[in-house]
Design a protein around this ligand. Structure first.
Ligand SMILES: [Zn+2]
Length: 380
């Protein structure tokens, strides 16, 4: 039942590989494994669980990853939460002055999940990761700018940066640059946010020769051969002419695969392409998703390209590449453990946190608070 959150874990790990390393897993029969845990780190163990039948949406999935991020980073650096607090509520003077004060207010006054400082942090993480969304925790979007939230967490990830584990390394042969008519320097300010996959419909050598022909007005960033040989002829920072659409070209990396109507894509080609996709995901902060951030050429213009190339296989193998073999075994174990137990997701916690235990009064934490104590504090 943890599958849905594992997907988010993989995506979060693609952006923050230095944070989302996979810790050890408790014994499946450990009576201390909390039955209701969603995404927590206890004694170095990440627990992910989803209540059976609950549909995890992006905002919730990345909210849970915000908790994982927090538990891991604050475990390494005890000042993290205070730095979060001073960043988050810098522009809101009437907010609790520190994480500790906020926690105390929650403990003694509000007792609604929305006032838990860890929920505020998880909300900010989710909104920053996705680039959209309204905060459902204590300040209800009062000060939160998705771009600034992303910058904050990106910066925190940088502080704790460690080299990500890499299972197999492929050398990338630099054979470029292609002649100047075949590409444009720079990307007109666009970040790389998309990968467009192609097939050569011919041989590696023929494709390379075409890109080196100054009258062809065509290129791609990478070429992958049937043996798994990877070559690069246009820098990631520059615009290659591969998709037939200028706007798409300025935001994408083009990868040519050696395959054709008579030559099926080889296992070695898939392995090399998966590795390259994983590298690009980490380098450019792309969450690999077929049809969204990893697209076939035919999704841009009418063409057969990329023919028989299976993008789902590439992305699936790329996600595997982001984990070591030991990680993978642990992932399987986590999944098995979680599937055997009932979980409780954020939505259920919301329902539980809805009840003020002192007054017995029910709040709806998804709406702005109506409690007069809270209204007063929300005044500018
Ligand atoms: Zn193509």
């Amino acid at each position: 039942m943890g599958d849905a959150l594992l997907d988010y874990y993989v995506k979060a790990k693609a952006r923050y590989p230095m944070v989302f390393v996979l810790p050890a897993v408790a014994d499946p029969d450990d009576p201390n494994l909390p039955y209701h845990t969603i995404s927590r780190v206890e004694n170095g163990v990440v627990h992910l669980a989803v209540r059976p039948g609950y549909l995890v949406e992006d905002r919730t999935g990345f909210h849970e990853m915000g908790h994982v991020f927090d538990f891991i980073v604050s475990g390494r650096d005890p000042t993290f939460r205070e730095r979060y607090w001073s960043w988050r509520f810098r522009d809101w003077p009437s907010a609790p002055s520190s994480w500790m004060v906020a926690q105390h207010e929650y403990d003694t006054i509000y007792r609604s999940w929305a006032y838990l400082p860890i929920e505020s942090l998880a909300e900010a993480f989710s909104i920053g990761f996705l680039g959209w969304g309204t905060d459902k925790s204590m300040d209800y979007g009062h000060t939160l700018d998705p771009a600034k939230a992303r910058a904050f967490f990106d910066g925190e990830a940088g502080i704790t940066a460690m080299p990500p584990p890499v299972s197999v390394d492929y050398p990338v042969d630099w054979l470029g640059p292609v002649p100047s008519p075949n590409f444009t320097v720079g990307r007109q300010g666009n970040p790389v946010s998309l990968i467009v996959d192609h097939w050569m419909a011919g041989t590696f050598d023929a494709a390379l020769a075409r890109f080196m022909n100054p009258t062809a007005i065509v290129s791609a960033h990478y070429l992958i051969g049937t043996t798994g040989h990877i070559a690069q002829v246009v820098r990631d920072e520059d615009t290659a002419y591969h998709s037939g659409d200028w706007d798409i070209n300025t935001m994408s990396i083009g990868i040519e695969h050696e395959a054709s109507p008579t030559v099926l894509p080889s296992d070695a080609l898939y392995a090399a392409s998966a590795w390259l996709h994983a590298q690009l995901a980490e380098r450019h902060g792309i969450t690999l998703e077929v049809g969204v951030t990893v697209i076939p050429h035919r999704q841009v213009v009418a063409t057969q390209c990329p023919g028989t190339l299976d993008l789902d296989r590439i992305v699936s193998e790329a996600e595997d590449d982001m984990f070591s073999q030991a990680d993978r075994e642990m992932l399987t174990r986590v999944k098995d453990i979680l599937e055997a137990r009932e979980g409780l997701v954020w939505a259920a916690r919301v329902q539980r946190g809805n009840l003020d235990v002192e007054s017995g009064k029910l709040y709806n934490p998804l709406l702005p608070p109506t409690d007069p104590r809270i209204d007063q504090r929300n005044k500018p």
